[in-house]
Design a protein around this ligand. Structure first.
Ligand code: ATP
Ligand code: MG
Ligand code: MG
Length: 550
């Protein structure tokens, strides 16, 4: 552990603690309840929670609900579920930014009294015009020099609903010539008659994000307010707000770069469209990377943590490969998930010389890489299912599986030799006939001859039926995320549904969320949404082949 070097945020925190700027670490995750959380948010959650834990501090979970139009209560529960699932312990206390509306109002009054804020009657367009550009300084508003008394009276009038929406705003009085446009007298309060889920119709004025956020942080005693890079230019304003409001030990903002995944869709706009068009089965469709979707697909929190550690924390913009996330779930499940036999595209295999009605059991390792995982008994009988692709009438060179006259090993059981096969009127193979050699029984130490192919199988008499869903990227990776017209480049093969799968009997006990390796096919998870008492649905989390090398 000591060999892992600290990221730049940890280095800043170390310095702050050493210099006595703070005596503890308090971080927060402040989502706006306007959508489902995605893998990018998971980075922020794990980072903030991880830092609080590492420094023996506190982690706050706060809904940033100062903007009533966009918020939906349906998202609130999903966000809570996701944060709990990720294991970010927030001490069961949820903070709400809207609980500080009174404090924010008082803060605005304080600024007015200090001559640091004024009510401005310019329209939104005029404000934009007066603001200037990167090359040109802005112009002072004609309302900038209103007296403290007049401002107090007008602001109170704003609060009391005396003016129509949009007719006046409260602005911070900073510097219209600042090279940083955010400092050119930013708007800090607007008039908007909107019902708020928490405060109802109490307020018809609402604070702007850049004013509200530092107050929320300061009120909660946050020390390190960690956010993404797009807020870097807002930091001077953040610092101005906490300084002018004279908070003791004010929080400091530190920015890191957002997590981007190559060729992965995270934008709300696109996902919303996929949901509305019925292309995906909701925000938790296993092809998406919302936290709910990743969980449903079968990713574990440990795999997501591992991924975040591999990606690291920095200020440089970069994009991580989805294959790296796949690597992490394979690593996490390698020893955790039992390895089972599942036939996804079944064809009957009949062992002509095996006694009808006889069932014997083989002890098969739950995990060849982990002896402590133990063994299980797997039933074997005259009729089995094997994968359709494990038989060929006319095999090419180097095909070592079943074909007429060839002998293979049935995983953990016997050698069988193909003696015949049957086809229907369309030429589709319907069953394969074999003979078995009792001397080759697994565990008997048989050395008489070798075979090149080993295939998996399921006993027909005890097989469990299941539906299995295989996934590809929801966008066509060859051509990238978006089409030229800006629409999503949807991959029509992103979902394959196999309805007729045959699984070994033990899988009949599986419950929602259980994860297994299906030999040769990959890692699978019992779907939590569509699985019912008599219909088992598995999602493929990831195949066994890796394109990522750590
Ligand atoms: P989105 O538009 O994707 O929903 P957002 O910034 O609107 O993102 P918020 O609810 O405002 O989402 O974000 C909560 C926190 O999550 C913020 O601190 C934000 O910086 C962080 N965050 C959002 N996206 C990412 C990302 N891709 N990587 C890391 N952190 C992120
Ligand atoms: Mg958001
Ligand atoms: Mg946001």
């Amino acid at each position: 552990e000591a060999t892992v070097s600290k990221n730049f945020i940890e280095q800043e925190i170390d310095k702050d603690l050493a210099e006595g700027r703070y005596t503890e670490v308090v971080t927060r995750f402040p989502p706006e309840p306007n959508g489902y959380l995605h893998i990018g948010h998971a980075k922020s959650i794990l980072l903030n929670y991880g830092l609080a834990k590492e420094y023996g501090g506190t982690f706050h979970f706060r809904f940033d609900d100062t903007n009533p139009t966009k918020e939906k209560t349906e998202y609130v529960q999903s966000i809570i579920d996701d944060i709990k699932w990720l294991g970010a312990d927030y001490g069961d206390k949820i903070y709400f930014a809207s609980n500080y509306f009174d404090a924010m109002y008082e803060a605005a009054i304080k600024l007015i009294k200090k001559g640091k804020a004024y009510v401005c009657d310019l329209s939104a367009d005029e404000i934009r015009e007066y603001r200037g550009t990167l090359k040109e300084p802005g112009k002072n508003s004609p309302y900038r020099d209103r007296s403290v008394e007049e401002n107090l009276k007008l602001f109170e009038g704003m609060k009391n609903g005396e003016y129509p929406d949009g007719s006046k705003v409260l602005r911070a009085k900073i510097d219209m010539a600042s090279p940083n446009i955010n400092m050119r007298d930013p708007v800090i309060y607007r008039i908007a008659r909107m019902t708020h889920h928490n405060t109802g119709d109490k307020w018809c004025i609402y604070p702007m994000y850049d004013f509200a956020h530092p107050i929320e942080d300061a009120e909660e005693g946050i020390t390190h307010s960690i956010c993404t890079l797009e807020f870097e230019d807002h930091r001077p304003l953040y610092d101005w707000v906490v300084r002018e409001l004279e908070y003791k030990n004010p929080p400091r903002q530190i920015e890191f770069s957002k997590l981007y995944l190559t060729n992965v869709v995270t934008g709300k706009r696109y996902i919303k469209k996929l949901v509305e068009d019925g292309i995906v089965d909701g925000w938790d469709d296993p092809r998406l990377v919302s936290i709910a979707a990743l969980r449903r697909r079968g990713f574990t929190r440990e795999s997501i943590k591992m991924f975040m550690e591999l990606v690291g924390v920095s200020k440089s913009q970069s994009s991580a490969d989805y294959a790296m996330l796949e690597y992490c779930i394979r690593e996490d499940l390698r020893l955790k998930a039992n390895r089972m036999m599942a036939v996804l595209d079944p064809i009957k295999l009949i062992i002509d010389n095996y006694p009808e009605g006889q069932v014997e059991y083989f002890d098969i390792d739950n995990n060849q890489e982990d002896e402590s995982a133990g063994k299980r008994q797997v039933a074997f009988s005259r009729e089995l299912y094997i994968e359709r692709e494990d038989f060929m009438e006319e095999p090419p060179k180097k095909y070592f599986r079943l074909f007429p006259g060839n002998e293979v090993r049935l995983k953990g059981a016997y050698f069988v030799k193909c003696v015949d096969y049957k086809k229907d009127e369309n030429g589709v193979v319907t069953e394969i006939h074999c003979t078995y050699d009792p001397e080759t029984r697994s565990g008997s130490g048989f050395e008489g001859r070798k075979v090149k192919g080993t295939i998996h199988w399921v006993s027909a008499e005890s097989a469990v039926d299941a539906e299995v869903r295989l996934y590809e990227n929801i966008v066509d990776e060859e051509k990238g995320k978006l089409n030229e017209d800006g629409t999503l480049n949807y991959n029509p093969n992103s979902l394959t549904v196999l309805k007729n799968c045959k699984l070994e009997a033990a899988l009949g006990e599986a419950v929602k969320g259980d994860k297994f390796q299906f030999l040769r096919h990959g890692y699978f998870c019992v779907d939590e949404k569509d699985t019912t008492e008599d219909h088992l649905v598995f999602n493929r989390i990831v195949s066994l082949k890796s394109s990522y090398k750590p």
